[in-house]
Write a protein that binds this ligand. Structure first.
Ligand code: CP
Length: 297
C-alpha cells in the first residue's frame, strides 16, 4: 500500500481502507519489523491544539525510525504574521519526508499538498476531514465487530461542524455499514444523506438497534452562536447518559474521539464503563498512524 498523501477519506476505495486496516493489524501484532523512515524526518505542524493526534503521530514516526520535528503555531513566527505557505515552505526546506498538518481552515492540507514535494497527511482541516481519526475509528470497529457491512453505526452530535463525523461517514459507508447521523436540527445537514447516511433528529430512535454509537464533542462556541440548546437540554435530548446507555443493545459499543465534555455529550460513567472504546481508539491510533506513515514512506 502506497500513499502519495492522505488528505481525506472521501474518494478512497474500500480496498485502500482495508489495506490500511491490514497494515495496522500487522503492526499491532508484530510491531514494526523494519524502519522505513530511518534517517528521515516527519514534521508535525499543528496550527490548532491537539493531545491525541500529535502525540500518536510523534510516537508512530519514532517507531518507524524517523526523527520528529514538532512545530506548533503558538510561539512560532505565525504570531508575527508569517503565512501558512511561507511557514510550510520553510519547514519543508529542512527536508522532511512527511508533513503532518492540522489547520483551522477546511482545505488547508490539500492546499499545502499542491505546493510541496513531500507527502502531506491531514491531521484535521477545519470542518472538512480528520482522515486518520476516521481510519482508526473504522479499524477499532472492524476489530470489535468484524466486517462492517450491514452493521448499524450512529454518529451523534454536531454533525455540521465535525471533521470526525465526515471522515467516519466516508470510511464506514465505503465499508458497507449503515450510518445514522443524529443531532439538533441546525447541526444536521440534510445534504449528507446523499453520502448514504440516514439522518434522524431523535436520539432514542437513532440509536435503537445500533451496534455502536459514536458521540461527538460539542464545540461550546456553537452555544454562543445560538445553534445549540442549553447544556442541560442538550444532554437530555442528545447526550449519552447512563440511562440512555442502559437502553442500548446489550453488545452495543460507545465511542468518542476525545476530548470529552463529561456530563454533556457523554456521561463519565459511560465513558469509563464496559461499553466504552475511548482508550482503545487511542491505542489503535498509534498503529493506524504507523500504517499511514509507512504507506507515505
Ligand atoms: N481526536 C482528536 O483529534 O484529538 P486531539 O484534538 O487531542 O488530537
Amino acid at each position: 500500500m502506497k500513499l502519495r498523501h492522505l488528505l481525506a477519506i472521501e474518494g478512497m476505495r474500500r480496498e485502500e481502507i482495508e489495506a490500511l486496516f491490514s497494515a495496522a493489524a500487522r503492526l499491532r501484532q508484530a510491531g514494526p519489523t523494519a524502519k522505513p523512515l530511518a534517517g528521515q524526518t516527519v514534521a508535525n505542524l499543528f496550527f490548532e491544539p491537539s493531545t491525541r493526534t500529535r502525540a500518536s503521530f510523534e510516537l508512530a514516526a519514532q517507531a518507524l525510525g524517523a526523527q520528529v520535528l514538532n512545530w506548533s503555531a503558538q510561539g512560532s513566527s505565525t504570531t508575527k504574521g508569517e503565512t501558512l505557505l511561507d511557514t510550510v515552505r520553510n519547514i519543508v526546506a529542512m527536508g522532511p519526508k512527511v508533513v503532518v498538518i492540522r489547520h483551522p481552515l477546511s482545505g488547508a492540507a490539500a492546499f499545502v499538498a499542491e505546493h510541496v514535494q513531500c507527502a502531506v497527511v491531514n491531521a484535521g482541516d477545519g470542518q472538512h476531514e480528520h482522515p486518520s481519526q476516521g481510519l482508526l475509528d473504522g479499524f477499532t470497529l472492524h476489530n470489535r465487530l468484524g466486517a462492517l457491512s450491514g452493521k448499524r453505526i450512529a454518529i451523534v452530535g454536531d454533525i455540521r461542524h465535525s471533521r470526525v463525523a465526515r471522515s467516519n461517514l466516508h470510511c464506514l459507508t465505503a465499508l458497507g455499514a449503515e450510518v445514522v447521523l443524529c443531532g439538533p436540527p441546525p447541526l444536521l445537514p440534510a445534504g449528507l444523506a446523499a453520502c448514504g447516511a440516514r439522518v434522524i433528529c431523535d436520539m432514542d430512535q437513532a440509536i435503537e438497534g445500533a451496534d455502536a454509537v459514536m458521540m461527538l464533542r460539542i464545540q461550546k462556541e456553537r452555544q454562543a452562536q445560538g445553534l445549540l440548546p442549553k447544556p442541560e437540554e442538550y444532554r437530555r435530548r442528545w447526550g449519552m447518559t447512563q440511562a440512555r446507555a442502559a437502553k442500548l443493545k446489550e453488545t452495543a459499543l460507545v465511542m468518542h474521539p476525545g476530548p470529552i465534555n463529561r456530563g454533556l455529550e457523554l456521561d463519565g460513567e459511560v465513558a469509563d464503563g464496559p461499553r466504552s472504546l475511548v482508550l482503545e481508539q487511542v491505542r489503535n491510533g498509534l498503529v493506524m498512524r504507523q500504517a499511514i506513515l509507512e504507506a507515505c514512506a
